[in-house]
Design a protein around this ligand. Sequence first.
Ligand SMILES: *Cc1c(COP(=O)(O)O)cnc(C)c1O
Length: 219
Amino acid sequence: MISQKLAEIQKSIPANICLVAVSKTKPIADLFEAYKAGQRHFGENKVQEMTEKWEVLPKDIQWHLIGHLQTNKVKYIAPYVHLIHSVDSLKLLTEINKQGAKYQRVISVLLQFYIAKEATKFGLDWEEATQLLNSEEYKSFKNIQVVGVMGMASFTDDESIVKAEFSQLKELFLKLKNTFFHNDDLFKEISMGMSGDYQLAIEQGSTMVRVGSSIFGGR
Ligand SMILES: *Cc1c(COP(=O)(O)O)cnc(C)c1O
């Protein structure tokens, strides 16, 4: 039962942590069951799938785009997306700002950092992030708000590796906070932790966990 699983997870995490229910590949009925149980934050990794679900589900759902985002697809989610977790280039941010302006919105985003030891994962490193945040282009943006950072740990059973990677993301967050967002209260989110490691992520300072299979079952 989805509602039961949801309740169990909600009980296991502090109330101030945002639980994003990752519903990718799952049918509308599953999302609606979670919705009826009170869930409002949903995460998807594909633009088309998220948009199809947004069209038919209640409009008070807050949609999180958690997967890699191509510049040419930003326009489809710009009217409604709540938070984009996966910003990894100035080019992408420029397009989000442009689409935000078109819809007269300020779109919230996270900077995705590369913390895993796996070549397949996306994300910025410190150099690239500081370059982006120091650019004149970034400083001119009026229709985006950077609200924090996101990262994915290595896929491994070795807890010490995962813990070190989460701790690294927290350090990056604090460094960014001190350097660029000192007076910006909106910069406060650390999106880290999935079904297998969200407890560890919370211990390391996560404010937002992205949990899929533990709620909806395997994919
Ligand atoms: C699929 C996915 C999740 C959820 O993974 P589970 O192991 O099913 O909890 C979290 N974050 C991202 C970026 C994902 O793509």
